[in-house]
Unconditional design. Structure first.
Ligand code: FPP
Ligand code: MG
Length: 328
């Protein structure tokens, strides 16, 4: 099964898609694809078959998202907590991922046609080296594509991601790139694995569980959360439409909450800059005239240089892994 399953919508699905698209559409949808093992039990097939059909459903869902003009999708494919499962199941999931990333490398034409950029969010160092290398090759091969984005969370939890972002900022301070006073909510967001994406508009969890299980906790504070009882391998186009309708019904309140939050962030940054300038002036450094705008400009420059260095560090890690694989 390829990553983007080819196929057309039926006439009634097309009509429904057009009606939905007349309203505000989510630009980024995140999925907690839950219920693979219950599906396997229900169908009396092997657990691994449940995960394999879970992947097939992901491919089908990506096609529906393209057809609904949803350009970005993030999926929870393997949580750090999942390492605690039976060795046989963890090995099976690693094997499935290897197979699928290898397959992806053979489908570059199709991915290029759709302009799909694949990103993998998580702590890759926790994975077997051959899988790390395959992932890196897939990321490098698609990183220039920019029509739609698939973020695969693998060896991921939100707390691990946030802790990592805090470590990156501490590294920036140690390197003298930023000051501790430059640390802010906005900067932490830029240090997350998800820094290249807007926050999800809609988060969907299947299988009837109503918790986030450490998925995108930072990014979904103003997202529409939809919990559906269907098991992931049985997810349908109509389930997706139902979730989008819930998003549309809540669109105004979501936008309002986001606008308020954005204004608050700007206000906080201004207050923080004012406090730093007041302290500098008290210590006798600098002139009062233009002090605030000078300070803000210099802080923005520091932060920009730090984020460039961070991006370079992350890009080099992926590029090196990918070229190791080419040499192997
Ligand atoms: C949750 O169902 C699903 C997973 C832990 C794995 C999800 C992985 C896939 C759908 C394959 C994706 C692969 C790639 C390469 C992107 P569960 O196992 O928790 O099932 P249960 O809730 O019924 O126990
Ligand atoms: Mg589960």
């Amino acid at each position: 099964m390829s990553w983007i399953r080819e196929g057309e919508l039926s006439l009634v699905e097309k009509l429904s898609a057009n009606v939905l698209k007349a309203g505000p559409m989510p630009k980024h949808v995140a999925f907690i694809m839950d219920g693979n093992r219950r599906f396997a039990r229900k169908k009396q097939v092997e657990r691994q078959e449940g995960h394999s059909q879970g992947f097939d459903k992901l491919a089908e869902t990506l096609r529906w998202c393209l057809q609904l003009a949803i350009p970005e999708v993030t999926v929870y494919a393997f949580s750090i907590e999942n390492f605690k499962r039976a060795k046989e199941e963890v090995d099976g999931l690693m094997e499935l991922a290897k197979q699928k990333f290898l397959r992806l490398l053979g489908e570059q034409e199709n991915l290029e046609k759709h302009g799909v950029c694949i990103r993998v969010l998580g702590d890759l160092t926790m994975l077997p080296l051959d899988l790390q290398q395959l992932i890196a090759r897939a990321v490098v091969a698609t990183r220039e594509h920019n029509k739609c984005f698939l973020n695969v969370c693998f060896a991921y939890t939100s707390r691990h991601e946030i802790t990592n972002a805090v470590r990156e900022m501490a590294w920036g301070v140690e390197q003298g790139l930023i000051r501790s006073s430059d640390v802010s909510e906005a900067l932490l967001s830029e240090c997350l694995y998800s820094s290249n994406s807007p926050n999800p508009d809609l988060l969907i969890r299947t299988s009837g569980e109503v918790r986030l299980s450490d998925f995108l906790l930072w990014q979904t504070s103003h997202s529409c959360l939809v919990f559906q009882s269907v098991l992931w391998p049985e997810y349908s186009f109509w389930n997706l439409c139902e979730a989008v309708i819930q998003y549309q019904c809540n669109y105004r309140s979501i936008q309002k909450a986001r606008d308020l939050h954005r204004d608050e962030q700007v206000r906080h940054q201004l207050e923080a800059d004012r406090a730093c300038v007041a302290e500098l002036l008290q210590r006798g450094g600098g002139r009062r005239q233009d002090a605030l705008s000078d300070y803000s400009r210099r802080r923005e420059e520091r932060v920009r240089d730090f984020l460039d260095a961070l991006r370079h560090k992350r890009d080099s890690f992926i590029t090196d892994l990918s070229s190791q694989a080419a040499l192997a």
